[in-house]
Design a protein around this ligand. Sequence first.
Ligand SMILES: Nc1ncnc2c1ncn2[C@@H]1O[C@H](COP(=O)(O)OP(=O)(O)OP(=O)(O)O)[C@@H](O)[C@H]1O
Length: 259
Amino acid sequence: MNKLVLNGVGKTFGTGGKAVEALSDINLCIAENELAVIVGPSGCGKSTLLNIVAGLEQADSGVITMNNRNIEGPGADRGVVFQSYTLFPWLTVQQNVEFGLKIKGINAKERQEIARHYINLVGLGGFEGALPKALSGGMKQRVAIARALANKPEMLLMDEPFGALDAQTRLIMQELLLSVWEKERTTILFITHDIDEAVLLADNVYVMSRRPGRIRCRIQVPIPRPRDHRSTVSPEFSAVKKEIMEMLWEESRTAANER
Ligand SMILES: Nc1ncnc2c1ncn2[C@@H]1O[C@H](COP(=O)(O)OP(=O)(O)OP(=O)(O)O)[C@@H](O)[C@H]1O
């Protein structure tokens, strides 16, 4: 069943001579429970696409539906995790995770239980009372993931969530996300520059063209689940990675020649 559908979506920033066409005729169907990853050359409109799905930007053309209903603005049905840590620095881990639940009017006891469940799920049991400044980058992103999931979103939208982390922490976070997704099966739209990350995580990798971004193709990742870092040494992994790299290389080279 289709969860998210984008049909003919376009977006231009600015007007006249300064107009920048970021997206053109984006067509995308993401299935319920899919872990979908978008890759594309730098500046092709990946974040713009995610922001439109999040309701933080308005498309100029096209239709975006989730569960067959038009998306017209931000909503608690879509949880967003960005690269920059977006925790409230004055709130503890527990309070950060409870935040959205409090806004929804969920009572204190239930809030506490839900938050504790997700804090444990991301491996932060014991850090409930810590403030963000006492946490490493990886731990902050764990809190951000727990906070997004605690609201029980229909979809999780993740824009380069591990982009600021060192290579080792990044791999740990990728494995964490895989294990969380195995348990929760929340539909995920994930953006990354990192092809290894894309192949390790994705059911399908959607490769975007150079700007104005279009979905150039969908590559199904045939690597069996559950996956972990050992999956990255399989021949299937190398084959999918090569296919994506060649496409991205072609797009980036053409974009450079067009400048
Ligand atoms: N608010 C804005 N105003 C004007 N131009 C914008 C705005 N947001 C994005 N753009 C432009 O739209 C294009 C797509 O930007 P976007 O950030 O979506 O690309 P991206 O693929 O996520 O980039 P990167 O890979 O570098 O993170 C870029 O040329 C960018 O400069």
